[in-house]
Each structure stands twice: as C-alpha cells, then as structure tokens.
Design a binder for this molecule. Sequence first.
Ligand code: ADP
Length: 474
Amino acid sequence: MRVYHLSAECYPVAKVGGLGDVVGALPKYQNLAGLDAAVVLPHYDRKFVQENEFEVVFRASNRLGNRRQDFEIWKEKTNKLGFELYLIHIPGLLDRPEVYSYPDEREQFIAFQLSFLDWITWSQQTPDLIHCHDHHTGLVPFLLQHSALYRRLSKTPTVFTIHNGQYHGAFSWDQFYYLPEIDPSSTGLLDWSSGINPLASAVKCCNAYTAVSPSYLQELAGHSNGLEYLFFLERAKGSGIINGIDTEVWNPATDAALVANYTALTIDTEKQKNKQALCKRFGLQPELPLIAFIGRLVVEKGSDLLTDAFTDSLTEHAGHLNILVLGTGDKDVEQTLTLLEEKFPDSYRAYIGYNEDLAHLIYAGADFLLMPSRVEPCGLNQLYALRYGTMPVVHSTGGLKDTVVDVNEEEGYGICFSPNSVATISAAISRAKVLFENTTHLQLLRKRMMALDFSWNQSAKKYNQLYTSLIPKI
Ligand code: ADP
C-alpha cells in the first residue's frame, strides 16, 4: 500500500511541535509493518537539508495565482529516516529557514499542495492513499475531487489528521484566485463562516478524519474555534487515535543527550546523575524535588498561569522545591517567567528558547513534568516524561486525560487536576512535593511509568486498519 504523508513538519527535518514528532515517526513504524509510506514536506533551508544528500527526481512549472513558478521534487538519497522523504523546492517561496510565520504563508502552503498534486499527476503516480496533516495540507482532499486538473486521482482516498484544531489556515474569498480551476458548483465545500477554511474543507471532503486522541475528538465538537457544528455534522467520519512516541529517539537507555543512560533497573541511581547535571547547569538544588515545564508558551498550554502558580508554590515551599522552565512563545509570558528568576534565584530558572537536547536532559533529570494545558490534542511531553520515569502533573483534558492515570486510582502513575487554575496547579505541585518525600513509593511509581507502552506499534496498527477500510481492493 503506497501512502503519501503530506505535512508542514517532520522530525528531524523541521519540527516546531508534536506534528513534527508524529510525522517523523508514524511512517517509519508503518513501513516496519509492511506499508510503503513516504513523507512530502516543503523544502526548508534547515540543517538536515543542508547536511544530507538529495537528488532532483522531478522538475516542472505550475501556476500560483497570476504567476508561473518553477518547482522541483528533491528526494533524500538514503531513506535513513525509515521512509522516503521528498521535499518540494520552490526557490524564493519555500527555501526559507522557518516553518511558519512568514507574511506570505498562505501562498507558501497553497503552492506546496498544488506542486505535490501536480507532481503525482504529471509523473503518473497512483498512490493508494494520501494522508494529510493539519490545515497546511487541508485543501488536498477538495482539490483531488473538484479540480479537473486532478481528475485521474479523484478516487484516491484521503485521511486527514487534526493535530491542532484551533488553527484553521482560513483566508478570504478574494484570495480564491490562488487556487487552480475548480468546479464552480463545489465552492461551498471550501467555505466556513464566509471564508475559505482549509481545515473545514478537509473535514468535509476527506474520506476519514482522525484526531490525535479519543477525548480530543469529542472536545472538537465543543471547542474548535467555530467549527463545532461541522465536527458534529461530520462525526461519522471521525475517530480518535492516540499518538505513539518514537521509542528509538526517546530512549533513556541510549539517549546521547543524557549524562547517564538508564533503564527501569538502573533508574534509582542513574536518573539522579542527570538531575545533578541539570541542577548544576542552572544553579538549582539536586536534593530538592525538581518540577519542569517544557513547551510552547501559549494560552493553549496554560503558560499564562505559570508565573502566578510558581510564585505561590515557591513561596509556600520556600527552600523545598526547584522549578525549571524550557519554552518559547508569547513575549509577555517569556518576560514574566524570566523576571521570576530575580525573586527566586536559588530555586527557579527559565530557559527561553528552543533546545532539543536540553529537552531530553530535562525529561531525564526532572522529577515531575507539569502540563497545565487548556487544550491538549494528544500531548507528547507526558509520554516522553513517562518513558524517562518522570511523573506527569497534568490538567485532565484531551490526550492528557487519555494517557495519565492519577496515583490515587488503581495502577495510577501521575498527578491529575481539574479545573485548570493557579490554585489547582499550586495544589498539584504540593502533591508532587509530598510524593517526592516518599522515596520508596516514588521509585515504585517510576518503574510503573517506565513499563507503560506508548510506542507506535498499537497506533500505527489503528491507522493501517483505517487505511484498509478505505481501500476496498486491498
Ligand atoms: P505541541 O505540538 O502542541 O507543541 P506536543 O506535546 O504535541 O505539543 O509536542 C511538543 C514537542 O515539542 C515535544 O517534543 C517537546 O519536547 C517539544 N518542545 C516544545 N517546546 C520546546 C522547546 N522550547 N525546546 C525543545 N523542545 C520543545
């Protein structure tokens, strides 16, 4: 079964968040299970692209609005990622260092999608299925069915995965001219709230859509930035499949970013070495509980609650607690989190920036990982934390609800709280502190966490079953 994954992110080529992790891992595990899954990304000017060898496998020109553009398809030569990787190279439009936030982002992603469709059409390919991820690739299901240009592929099944339903990529109808010729009677399938909405269009036109956890699928019908009714209408096509994690990249036994590698058998002594290194680097105290936050500093992640919650906790437990933040995002939040260092110089640090190696060391060295997310489609951080024997402290929402069981429940291994507020976060931190003081119990819980299986095996199987249900001939 030949499947193309179409995405704006794919680890290690270009990652901003969980989307990158998923698209960098799922195809690899699908291929191990016998599929022929490939990934298509925009050609970014990033380290992986500069340092690896590619060959140009296709060259053509197409139209974007009222201009013609040349494009090339670059293929990574070795398949070292466990799948074929193709990059769509459009000089001046896609060959840039950042993944998002350019003023012409709309043109970038439309050009990316059109060039993908032109490439597979003109090179006479017949994939069995196209799997689109998030709104950046959301026009593909519509275009396949309603543009005469792609008639040959109009029966190709499409799956659309929602990693983040808050962002729709919507734009106004006066930019309709960026799209190629389409059947005028079908334009309603592009529309939501009087604009072109790629996420809504994908949900309407795909053969099946998935959300990255069962709870998030349900939540989309209640909170999805205006698409609630659409998700209600289309619910028969939707399913929730929890993300897995790449257990090769995220393996405390082999992770090169750690100071000391460990397994469930050696965690009692070795985890502390990572904590010591981390605390030394940030001037924290290794004998005290270490609570960490890693993530985008945005409202969805509850980052605006952190400064007040940390102030309360560090005041209440003065001299008995450490907190470390790694994140980047909202400038006001970055500033208040940084200023907090002056107030608690011995027990609190914030690293503002993106640092993959440091994230790995924190998953290993922290005792607890805090996730006060307001919205969490799946959440990978808690899964990485569990794999490294670090207890997640989470607001019970979306994927966090589906993957973290409170220690007070049978076979529990995390700290869950709800509702999400400064007071409930501080109370959860207090619970973490109490747990930390019972070393024997914590050691047992760490082993329980490390025994959990959040690998891709199960989830990849579910995607494969979904694909098979959409391709009757297989
Ligand atoms: P989202 O995709 O909404 O940002 P996820 O939990 O699905 O959230 O995935 C977040 C991923 O991004 C994790 O791999 C996490 O370790 C990583 N990450 C987020 N912020 C940073 C950062 N500042 N430095 C390093 N890694 C980060």
